[in-house]
Write a protein that binds this ligand. Structure first.
Ligand code: DC
Length: 215
């Protein structure tokens, strides 16, 4: 039996991670935040003091990937996010992570269904997903949300610096030759620019339920 897969893609800080987690909770599906895989590879390269844009260094890191890095406190930092975005542009890194993601989607823990979020879930990883969402928001609002999050963690980065980081990452993730960030033809667009998180979750759940044919 094929289990339902929900694919959620979108740019950095669009809210897709929160939406994916909440949808998975409500439906009792397993959730995979695929950005964490690329972050673990980026962090491994940084910890070795190597350059995340160097394909050989990234290849070594993905081959010897230490899964305990998924729990590293630095995994969610913006520096790691930048390194993740760089290693993610390297084809061999994407190839090495492909089977793990497809396997999770086909055999999700719990056996009910899977929610995967990332950049290429609806286009490359799970092109046959039952429901595809493309979550976006204006760069300015994404920067504001991320800035407030970082500020609460004691960061001294300014909102302008956070906006620049987001624009750089958007350009790299959308402009790369391999598996660029783009909305799948059959994905539903959810623009969260003017939505608070609860409204966005409610709207996403409506789209998912309609797509799965459940009420
Ligand atoms: O979603 P995130 O910010 O944790 O992702 C970090 C980086 O990883 C992102 O800038 C691009 C890359 N990524 C990707 O290329 N493909 C995915 N499916 C998930 C993330």
């Amino acid at each position: 039996m094929t289990l339902p897969v929900i694919a959620i893609d979108g740019p950095a800080a669009s809210g897709k991670g929160t939406l994916a987690r909440r949808i998975a909770q409500v439906l009792g599906f397993a959730h995979l935040d695929t950005g964490r895989l690329y972050r673990a590879v980026g962090l491994a390269v940084l910890k070795r003091g190597e350059d995340p844009t160097d394909p050989a260094a990234a290849q070594r890191a993905v081959e010897a990937l230490d899964l305990s890095l998924l729990e590293d406190p630095d995994l969610r930092s913006d520096t790691t996010g930048g390194a993740a975005s760089k290693v993610a542009a390297i084809q061999t890194v994407r190839d090495a992570l492909l089977d793990f993601q497809r396997n999770f989607a086909a055999h999700p823990p719990g056996g009910k269904g899977a929610v995967l979020d990332g950049r290429d879930i609806g286009t490359i990883i799970c092109p046959d997903a039952a429901v595809k969402l493309f979550v976006t928001a204006s760069p300015e609002i994404r920067a504001k949300r991320r800035f407030l999050e970082l500020q609460a963690q004691g960061s001294t980065r300014t909102e302008e610096q956070v906006l620049t980081d987001i624009q750089t990452r958007d350009a790299r993730d959308s402009g790369r030759a391999v598996a660029p960030l783009r909305q799948a033809g059959d994905a539903t667009l959810l623009d969260t620019t003017h939505l608070d998180i609860e409204t966005a979750v409610a709207r996403a759940l409506e789209i998912v339920r309609a797509g799965l044919g459940v009420t």
